[in-house]
Design a protein around this ligand. Structure first.
Ligand code: C2O
Ligand code: CU
Length: 477
């Protein structure tokens, strides 16, 4: 018996302390909705329960409230969560389904839900004061919309996002595509995030001070599907499809696994034009990646999946390397992954010949001695909407004039990234969020379909967004 094998059987026989603690916490709260942490299998997020029997409709109830989770060994942290689960319940649907979400607000502050990446009708976009009124404490709201695209999307509040997302209010929505080639791999949803807690587990607010070190904006406990350093079972040679989301308020993740590389097959929605091998995929806040990995290792071996040191600002500290979770090889022997399938891509390069160019500078300015994030030098409050018309294409020319990275997110539409000559970069890929590195330029082409209304764009580092790096497009019929 190898040491690794011994350790593995030892751990299997001994439920981890935190699982016991979670079970106790959940029992004492009397969770009865079948969505509690106690029912989850070890690695995966809790599944939302589909309350509708028809095959093309998914109906779920989400309740924003407080629940306790063990982030520091032996301590209970009171977080804000959806339906008591961290991350919120994973909603599963297939492309073309209709999603109904009955939402109840049991928080003491008003809130909304934004469906990040989903091409929703404007009234379902969850931006308070713009697309819907705030949902008051003890009030409810019914979200209902079709799911026209496949991908890993996510949901989170859209007011006081630093306070609420960082406190645990985020969940994933996986929309699968029945037309995907078979045998891409076993689906694994991986929600990355972090939490800022003190030694006794009490949630610490993120520093609102712009000049505070970046580490004050990031959590000190890194979470994978709401857990600290969980274990994912893998089988030698059996391919997995990792749908990865970065739901952290401001932390970047750069994935690395010893002796393994990833194949990126998609970004924010659907499959990319063709697969590309990536050694160290980076996920900025708000981003998702669709990655294949073929685990190789003998039974009993355990390998860490790490996040590499990463600098999200020029000449400032890098976040240290961090073990995210471990892959543990089962006794299942060697499966041989089928050849990587190819697919005919439905994507075509966007035509920008008659597109209007819109300059959006990401700026850091001085507002009476205090730092101020903004777009084109002005904070959101002073921002005039960009005008656009249904059926047209615009190119956002995004110039990051600051020494910080900013993940640019546009609500409700996908864009294609263009190169300096204005041609779509290959492989063609659909995105709603793209990192714009310090002092660099990115061009994004958006074609507007028939969903007029006010649509936001902003940096998805939530303290930057709250501090003014937001704007909006007024899409007119
Ligand atoms: Cu996830 Cu307005 O964003
Ligand atoms: Cu930013």
């Amino acid at each position: 018996m190898t040491i690794a094998h011994f350790l593995r059987t030892f751990r299997a026989a001994l439920p981890r302390a935190r699982e016991l603690a979670l079970a106790t916490v959940v029992l004492s709260m009397g969770c009865g909705d079948g969505q509690s942490d106690a029912t989850r299998s070890s690695f995966y997020p809790t599944d939302a329960r589909d309350e509708d029997a028809s095959p093309d409709v998914v109906a779920v109830t989400l309740r924003a409230g407080h629940s306790e989770h063990e982030l520091v060994p032996g301590r209970a942290s009171t977080l804000q969560t959806y339906s008591g689960a961290l991350p919120g319940p994973l909603i599963r649907a297939k492309r073309g389904d209709t999603l109904h979400v009955h939402f109840e607000n049991e928080l003491e502050q008003p809130t909304t839900i934004h469906w990040h990446g989903v091409r929703v009708p404007n009234a379902m976009d969850g931006v308070p004061g713009m697309t819907q009124p705030l949902i008051a404490p003890h009030e409810s709201f019914d979200y209902s919309f079709p799911l026209p695209d496949a991908g890993l999307f996510w949901y989170h509040p859209h007011n006081d996002s630093v306070g609420t997302v960082a406190a645990g209010l985020y969940g994933a929505l996986l929309v699968t595509d029945p037309d995907d080639p078979p045998e891409l791999g076993d689906d694994v949803v991986i929600v990355l995030s972090d939490a800022k807690v003190d030694a006794t587990g009490v949630l610490v607010p993120r520093s609102p001070d712009l000049a505070a070190p970046l580490s004050d904006k990031e959590g000190n406990v890194v979470l994978v599907n709401g857990q600290v350093y969980p274990t994912l079972s893998v089988t030698n040679g059996r391919r997995q499809r990792w749908h990865v989301l970065n739901a952290a308020a401001s932390r970047y993740f750069q994935l690395a696994t010893p002796m393994h590389t990833f194949v990126q097959i998609g970004a924010n929605s659907g499959l990319d034009e063709y697969p590309v091998e990536v050694e160290h995929p980076v996920l900025a806040p708000g981003e998702r990646l669709d990655l294949l990995i073929t685990p190789r290792g003998t039974p009993g071996l355990a390998l860490d999946v790490n996040s590499l040191p990463y600098a999200r600002a020029r000449s400032l500290e890098k976040t240290p390397a961090q073990a995210l979770f471990r892959m543990e090889f089962t006794d299942g022997g060697v499966a041989s992954a089928p050849e990587l399938p190819t697919w005919p891509s439905p994507l075509t390069a966007v035509d920008t010949a008659s597109a209007e160019r819109v300059a959006l500078d990401l700026t850091m300015s001085d507002a009476d001695g205090a730092l101020q994030w903004g777009i084109n030098g002005a904070p959101f409050a002073e921002h005039a909407a960009v005008h656009a018309h249904v059926g047209t294409t615009q190119v956002f020319v995004i110039e990051n004039k600051s020494p910080f990275s900013h993940p640019f997110h546009f609500h409700g539409f996908f864009f294609q990234v263009l190169d300096e000559d204005g041609n779509a970069t290959r492989p063609l890929s659909l995105r709603d969020t793209l990192d714009v590195p310090p002092l660099s330029r990115r061009q994004l082409a958006v074609t507007y379909d028939d969903r007029p209304g006010m649509w936001m764009f902003h940096c998805h580092i939530l303290d930057h967004a709250e501090n003014g790096m937001m704007g909006m497009v007024h899409l007119e019929p």
